[in-house]
Design a protein around this ligand. Sequence first.
Ligand SMILES: [Cu+2]
Length: 203
Amino acid sequence: MVRIASLTALAALIAPLSLAHAGPVGVRVVDLAGRPVPDAVVTLHPASGVPAGPIRFPWGTTMTQKDITFRPGTLIVPVGASVAFPNHDKVRHHVYSFSKPARFELKLYGRDQTRSYTFRTAGAVALGCNIHDRMQGFIKVVDTPFAALTNAAGQTRVDGVTAGNARLTVWHPRLKAKHNEATFVLDVPAAGAVAKQIQIGLR
Ligand SMILES: [Cu+2]
């Protein structure tokens, strides 16, 4: 009897938590002058933990080189993702990273060839090209499904975030903070949308 009672109590505790998927979390990122900050990475880590299972983002895991430019300039991928680096230029590229979460190089390869690299550690990875100094790209490796990039208006939206307290982080390559990341606390209500404006200092 004791065992049944405790299981029931446990089920009663778990059920409301697992069903509590809240409405969208809207985030707007601006600089200290109030100007929108595009291409900032917003992530949310609910205090109750992230949902189990593989993380997939609708934008995929490809970092293209086209017109001597990394596209997209910033790509969010889940930990464990294998990222393809296709070269769509006529010239050859030599992609590298010296960043701690992923030190690697993809030696010279030419038009319509591709290489890939698997990102096993969460963190920010700065990409460069040995041939073209001005090429700069970023891969943000995340361990949460609640992640999104701000648009030209500095805005983004994360859907289906677990209700309750969450740690909200904003990352941008020029953000004036340790690891270019600022952390906030957000209370995500069980129903309805939540909107948050965040002001960050840029280098
Ligand atoms: Cu290059």
